[in-house]
Design a protein around this ligand. Structure first.
Ligand SMILES: N[C@@H](CCC[C@H](N)C(=O)O)C(=O)O
Length: 266
C-alpha cells in the first residue's frame, strides 16, 4: 500500500496529514498509524490527521495520537488541518470544519511559503474544576493545569505520567500542563500529552486550558493571553457568558508545511 502524506507542524506539535476524501485509508489500523508516527521506524509525529468530506461543513478532521488511537480534539492539529485544507484548495481564507467535539470556525492567512497564520474557534467551556492544587477542564480534550514557580526544573515526563494515570482521571486519563506566569498577559507552559505519553513541544487545547484556568483563578484580568510553549507562541482570547463560563474562545498561531512524502509498506 502506498500512502501519500504531508508533514505539518504547529509551534512544534507535529502531524502527518493525509487527504482521505476518497476514504482509502485503513482507519481502524492502529498499528499502521502508530508505525507512521514512530520517530525511529516511521515518518515521526505526535499525531496523524485525516481530512475527509463532510456534508455540513468544508471538511471533517479525524485525529489520532501517536499511539495509533483516535482521540479527542487537537487544537494545533486543527490549525494544521486548516492550513492543509487551504493547500488542497478546500477552503480559502475563511472556513468551517467538523471535528470530534463539533464544528470549528476558522480563518487562515498565508504568512510565507508554506507558513500560515491560523485562528480557530474552540468550543465553549461552561465549567472549570478549581482545587487548591490544580484546575481541571475540557477544551475539546481534558486538561489538568498546575501553576509552578520554576517551569524549567519540572520533570514534565515523570510528573505528567503520574498525574495522567491518577484514578480520579480514569478511565480516559488527562493531559497535564505546568504553567509559570511571566507577566499579566504572558504565561509559559509545558505539556505532557496522553496518547503520546511524553512531553510535546506544544499543545493547542492545553494552551487554551491554561489561559482559561489562569483567568478563572484570578491570575490575570486580560482576555487575550500570550502562551509561550517549547516550540513557539500561541494566542488565546475569550469572552464570558452569563453564567461565568467561557465563550468565543479562539486559539491562534502559526501552522507550517514541512514536507510531502510517500509511505510504501513492505
Ligand atoms: N496536541 C493536541 C492535543 C491532542 C489530544 C491529546 N493528546 C489527547 O488525547 O487528549 C492539541 O494541540 O490540542
Amino acid at each position: 500500500m502506498n500512502i501519500t502524506f504531508y508533514k505539518y507542524q504547529g509551534t512544534g506539535n507535529d502531524f502527518i496529514m493525509i487527504d482521505n476524501r476518497l476514504m482509502t485509508f485503513p482507519k481502524t489500523d492502529t498499528e499502521l498509524v502508530a508505525h507512521l508516527c514512530h520517530r525511529r521506524f516511521g515518518v515521526g509525529a505526535d499525531g496523524l490527521i485525516l481530512i475527509e468530506n463532510d456534508s455540513e461543513t468544508d471538511f471533517k478532521m479525524v485525529y489520532y495520537n501517536s499511539d495509533g488511537r483516535e482521540s479527542t480534539m487537537c487544537g494545533n492539529g486543527g490549525r494544521c488541518a486548516v492550513a492543509f485544507a487551504n493547500q488542497l484548495n478546500i477552503i480559502e481564507s475563511v472556513g468551517l470544519f467538523n471535528a470530534i467535539d463539533g464544528e470549528h470556525e476558522t480563518t487562515v492567512m498565508k504568512a510565507g511559503e508554506g507558513i500560515f497564520d491560523v485562528r480557530l474557534k474552540m468550543q465553549d467551556v461552561p465549567h472549570i474544576l478549581i482545587t487548591d492544587t490544580h484546575c481541571f477542564l475540557d477544551t475539546g480534550s481534558p486538561h489538568y493545569v498546575e501553576q509552578v514557580d520554576d517551569l524549567q526544573f519540572v520533570n514534565v515526563k515523570e510528573l505528567g505520567a503520574s498525574i495522567r494515570n491518577k484514578s480520579e482521571f480514569s478511565p480516559g486519563g488527562t493531559n497535564v500542563n505546568f504553567v509559570e506566569q511571566m507577566s499579566s498577559s504572558e504565561f509559559r507552559i509545558r505539556t505532557y500529552e496522553r496518547g503520546v505519553e511524553d512531553e510535546t513541544w506544544s499543545c493547542g487545547t492545553g494552551a487554551t486550558a491554561v489561559a482559561l484556568a489562569m483567568y478563572a483563578t484570578n491570575k490575570t484580568e486580560e482576555r487575550k493571553l500570550q502562551i509561550m510553549v517549547e516550540g513557539g507562541q500561541l494566542e488565546v482570547s475569550f469572552d464570558l457568558d452569563d453564567q461565568n463560563g467561557f465563550k468565543d474562545v479562539f486559539l491562534k498561531g502559526p501552522a507550517t508545511f514541512v514536507f510531502k512524502g510517500e509511505f510504501v509498506s513492505v
